[in-house]
Structures are given as structure tokens and as C-alpha cells.
Write a protein that binds this ligand. Structure first.
Ligand code: LCV
Length: 259
């Protein structure tokens, strides 16, 4: 089953999320296909990639596939989780990735979008950071992705409220690059991709990697990292984490007890 579509037109690649039944949830299978497509386009000397969903979607991606989250006792966002692989692939692939957004972006999909190099959204797009909604202890590098995209105060608001914010607000605070009317979204994104593709790919690739290395160069002591990992384990071993996942699957509101 194909959950994405990949096309290439000269130096411009396009990857379209295409699993409407699961609202493009970032399942293991969809993410593996998405990673393979990015790697194939890199091999095929694409100089820029547009990452999008089908035109007119209400949900760009519903985020991590909740059905694939462990129900306790294991880090839900460990190194080998598909979402972690996806974010690292987007960040380390040579060519810039432009996220072209229509509809709602949820949870880990917001991180994947913010890991892209440029974000262009339709006016109706929204972005919701949802760990607090599900009781999930988000992971360290994921929080770094958010911190690279918005001020600490905004990241706290997004993370603690788990409430969707509008494309207009996201642009106003510099979290995304442009909000473009639906009718112009594709042409605008394509024009930016063409501009990038006509510039020097080696120079762009090295600047992308420099910015990745510099943005991630935050000193975290081994003790600080281990403390955070210990705190995260308490959360993913907690009643509330288990309750968040169960409530989602049983389609009911979770009842969090703070333990
Ligand atoms: C599996 C789904 C999902 C889904 N997984 O349609 O960031 S973290 O830490 O939270 C991280 C762990 C993460 O990313 O977690 C996932 C975060 N995502 C969300 O919280 C969004 C959850 N989904 C929704 O709130 C709604 O589905 C939205 C608002 C996106 C769309 O609502 P709508 O009424 O249009 P349904 O809710 O009816 O969803 C259609 C089908 O897709 C499944 C959902 O269970 C339903 O399945 P059934 O048809 O079997 O009932 N689905 C939706 N999101 N993330 N499955």
C-alpha cells in the first residue's frame, strides 16, 4: 500500500502524504516510505523538496499513529521511533525541504513540519502540539525542534495548552515563513522551490548543515540529560500516560490524576 506519492520535475521533488483514511498519521509504514522518498530524491540530485498533502485536506497529518504508541513501560519517543527517524532525515538531507501546509497539523507532525527548512501555509492551516493532551513525555531533541522554531514562551503555551494555533499567529511569531491564499499556495511554493533550485546547491547544502549544527549546539550536561530521561521515564510509566493512550483509543476524554 502506498501512503505517499513522490514526483520529480528537474531539480524539484514533491512528496505528497496520501493516507486519508488515517488522516496521514505518521505510522511506521508511512514514515518509512517518506524517508525512502527523501533519500531517493537526494540520490536523484533533487535540489529542493516540497512536502505536502493532497489539495484541500482538512487534516495535513494527525501526528504520530497513536495505535503504534506503547501503552506504558517503554519510551514512546525513543531514538528508534519512526517520528525520530523522520525528523533526523529531514534535518540531515542535503536539500532544503519546504513544508506546504493545508489543514490541521497535530502532535509529532508539527515537529516534522518545523524540522522542515521553510513552512508555507494556507490561511486555514492550524498547528497543535499535543503531548499534554495524551499524557506523553515529549523527548529532548523534539523540544529542541520546537525551541528552534519559536520563543520559549510560545513553546510553553503550545505545549501546556495543546491548543491549535492559526497559520496567521504562527506566521506573526515567526514559527512559519508565509501564509498564502489557497488559490496561490501551490504557485507560491513552486516559485520559491524554483528560486532555490536555481541557486548553488553545494552552498545551500553546507549552510543547511551549518545551521543544523549551530541550532543544536546547546550545552546539555550528561547529568542534565540523565535527569531529564529519568523524569520522562516517570511519566511514561505513569497512570496518566496509560490513561491518555487508552482514552484516545476508547474515544473518551482522559481523566488525569497527576500520577
Ligand atoms: C491514529 C488516528 C489519529 C492518530 N493516530 O476525524 O505529540 S505527541 O506527543 O502527542 C505524539 C505522540 C503524537 O503525535 O500523538 C498524536 C497527536 N495527534 C492528535 O492528538 C490528533 C488526534 N486526532 C484528532 O484529534 C482528530 O482525529 C482530528 C481533529 C485530527 C480529526 O478529527 P475528525 O473528527 O475529522 P476522527 O477523529 O474521526 O478520526 C478519523 C479516524 O482517524 C483516527 C481516528 O481514531 C479515527 O479512526 P476510526 O475511523 O477508526 O474511528 N485517527 C485520528 N488521529 N494520531 N489514528
Amino acid at each position: 500500500m502506498n501512503y505517499i506519492e513522490m514526483t520529480q520535475d528537474g531539480h524539484i521533488g514533491t512528496i505528497t502524504l496520501d493516507n486519508p483514511k488515517k488522516l496521514n498519521a505518521l505510522s511506521h509504514d508511512l514514515v518509512n516510505q517518506l524517508i525512502a522518498a527523501l533519500q531517493a530524491l537526494e540520490q536523484a540530485a533533487a535540489r529542493v523538496v516540497i512536502l505536502r498533502a493532497r489539495p484541500g485536506v482538512k487534516v495535513w497529518s494527525a501526528g504520530h499513529d497513536v495505535g503504534e504508541l506503547p501503552e506504558g513501560g517503554r519510551d514512546p519517543l525513543g531514538w528508534d521511533d519512526p517520528l525520530r527517524h523522520l525528523v533526523r532525515t529531514i534535518e540531515t538531507c542535503r536539500m532544503p525541504v519546504i513544508a506546504m501546509i493545508e489543514g490541521g497539523v497535530w502532535g509529532g507532525a508539527v515537529e516534522a513540519v518545523l524540522a522542515c527548512d521553510i513552512v508555507i501555509a494556507a490561511p486555514g492551516a492550524t498547528f497543535a502540539v499535543t503531548p499534554a493532551r495524551l499524557g506523553v513525555p515529549y523527548n529532548v531533541s523534539g523540544m529542541m525542534t520546537f525551541m528552534s522554531a519559536a520563543s520559549l514562551r510560545v513553546v510553553k503555551e503550545l505545549a501546556f495548552t495543546a491548543t491549535p494555533i492559526s497559520a496567521a499567529r504562527a506566521e506573526r511569531i515567526g514559527m512559519i515563513n508565509h501564509v498564502v491564499a489557497d488559490a496561490e499556495l501551490e504557485a507560491f511554493s513552486r516559485e520559491m522551490a524554483t528560486t532555490i533550485a536555481n541557486n548553488a546547491p553545494l552552498s545551500i547544502a553546507v549552510m543547511k548543515e551549518q545551521l543544523r549544527v549551530l541550532a543544536g549546539a546547546k550545552p546539555v550536561s550528561p547529568r542534565g540529560f540523565e535527569k531529564v530521561q529519568g523524569l520522562r521515564r516517570i511519566v511514561y510509566d505513569s497512570h496518566d500516560y496509560h490513561e491518555g493512550i487508552r482514552a484516545f483509543k476508547e474515544k473518551r476524554k482522559p481523566v488525569y490524576l497527576g500520577r
